[in-house]
Write a protein that binds this ligand. Structure first.
Ligand SMILES: NC(=O)c1ccc[n+]([C@@H]2O[C@H](COP(=O)([O-])OP(=O)(O)OC[C@H]3O[C@@H](n4cnc5c(N)ncnc54)[C@H](O)[C@@H]3O)[C@@H](O)[C@H]2O)c1
Length: 413
């Protein structure tokens, strides 16, 4: 069955972005919400965003008009009865998602695909609320949806191959680049791989081992923009990063994903980042400026020599990037995704100039292994325990770029 009509549940930040891109791609799109004012707000957002697209000549006036003509709104979930594909974007609460999916299952024809935009909940668990788990799929867009190109496609344990392929083709028809998450794996790819590094960055701040500015200068996967983990967390919201890490921890029981106490304190104090005016930085003047949280040990000052500063910068880089590289290796090792998709997800999801496996290949897998093993030995921190695949690759001489083969082949180097 061809997908012609799309129904989006939830008109918030993600829902209105998904509805906009579906309508722009030519689908008859209905955006729904329980709250009429959220629908109105969603339509205003869409009009504003289309206006931006038009002024930047990304779309024509005809496309702008056709997009709005393709869009309708409703407060009734039962209006999904005609939809070929439904995308759910209600708040990240399992019971709420299950309730919505159970009602959609009763409302929609058996052939309708039901997709969820969950960030970290299990697709299999959401699908269990329906009588059609083979037609339930994860379509994890990144926000703001009109600007971010990535969509992760995830099947639950009972999702059919056909459903995954159709959801993938649909997301690509909205202009998105998709990556396939081959298992229902908590945090999927981009969040799963980056969370261990982000949490380690918070621990460094908490210990007084580095300031947020130093971390953002050192740990950027080669970018010179200073858009490192603290800026990314402040932009996304500390509460969002906290909930994502907690969801992975709840699913895996792995202490590596347990958010450090400083993160809890910041959430409790409403220091959520850009949206509340303060997070790891202060935004109250309209600019991003540094400030000190009470109780964080004071670092040595500016009088440090260049050598000491360089050494610290290398230490920060390794403490934050190595856990991400190791998690990326584990993601390959467990068959969750292929190297290309892992790197693509991190580049497009977080604007990294290079993915963690490309970066590992450039650094040398033997160097990654040695750094991880040394930090693990020194600290006993399980974040740095080298996965068997990395040890095997190094033993077999697959060292990355310098040996001509690593996670990628470099035949001419
Ligand atoms: N915010 C992000 O950056 C981001 C990124 C990727 C995925 N997500 C995921 O997308 C989902 C939505 O997040 P958001 O940031 O858009 O949230 P949001 O709070 O901006 O929007 C949620 C909307 O759902 C509506 N809603 C609540 N219950 C409903 C129901 N029963 N039926 C219909 N509508 C209902 C609310 O009124 C609200 O307008 C979550 O699962 C979140 O984890 C968010």
């Amino acid at each position: 069955m061809e997908i012609k009509s799309v129904f989006v549940v939830g008109a918030g930040f993600m829902g209105n972005g998904i509805a906009q891109m579906a309508a722009l791609a030519g689908y008859k799109t209905t955006m729904s919400d329980v709250a009429a004012d959220r629908l109105e707000g969603g339509i205003q957002e869409i009009k504003w965003s289309l206006g931006k697209f038009l002024s930047k000549e990304k779309i024509t006036r005809e496309q702008q008009e056709a997009t709005l003509a393709n869009l309708t709104t409703t407060t009734e979930l039962e209006d999904a009865r005609e939809a070929d594909l439904v995308v759910e974007a209600v708040p990240e609460v399992m019971e709420l998602k299950k309730e919505v999916f159970a009602r959609l299952d009763e409302t929609c024809p058996p052939g309708t695909i039901l997709a969820t935009n969950t960030s970290a909940l299990s697709i299999t668990s959401i699908a269990a609320a329906t009588s059609r788990p083979d037609r339930v799929v994860g379509a994890h867009f990144f926000g703001p949806v009109p600007l971010m190109r990535l969509c992760e496609i995830i099947g639950g344990v009972l999702t059919s191959k056909e459903t995954v392929e159709r959801a993938d083709a649909w997301a690509r028809s909205l202009g998105k680049e998709t990556v396939l998450v081959r298992k229902d794996h908590a945090g999927f790819i981009a969040n799963r791989v980056t969370v261990p590094g982000s949490l380690e960055a918070v621990r460094l701040v908490d210990e007084g081992a580095a300031t947020p500015e130093e971390i953002d200068r050192a740990a950027t996967f080669g970018a010179d923009t200073g858009a490192g983990p603290m800026v990314i967390m402040d932009n996304a919201g500390i509460d969002v990063s906290f909930r994502t890490a907690m969801a992975i921890y709840d699913d895996t029981g792995d202490p590596r994903f347990f958010p450090p106490p400083l993160m809890r304190r910041m959430v409790a104090a409403n220091l959520l980042g850009r949206k509340t005016g303060k997070g790891f930085y202060d935004y109250s003047t309209g600019q991003r400026t540094a400030y000190k949280l009470n109780g964080i040990p004071v670092l040595p000052g500016e009088d440090e020599t260049g050598d000491v500063r360089d050494e610290r910068s290398a230490m920060i880089m390794k403490r934050i990037l190595v856990p991400m590289m190791l998690e990326a290796v584990r993601t390959v090792e467990t068959g969750v995704a292929v190297a290309e998709d892992i790197d693509k997800a991190c580049r497009l999801g977080f604007n990294f100039p290079m993915g963690p496996l490309e970066f590992s290949d450039s650094m040398g897998l033997d160097d990654v292994l040695a750094s991880a093993a040394a930090i693990y030995e020194d600290t006993g921190n399980r974040n740095y325990f080298p996965p068997p695949l990395l040890r095997h690759m190094v033993r077999d001489g697959s060292l990355g770029r310098k040996s001509g083969r690593g996670f990628y082949d470099y035949p001419h180097e």
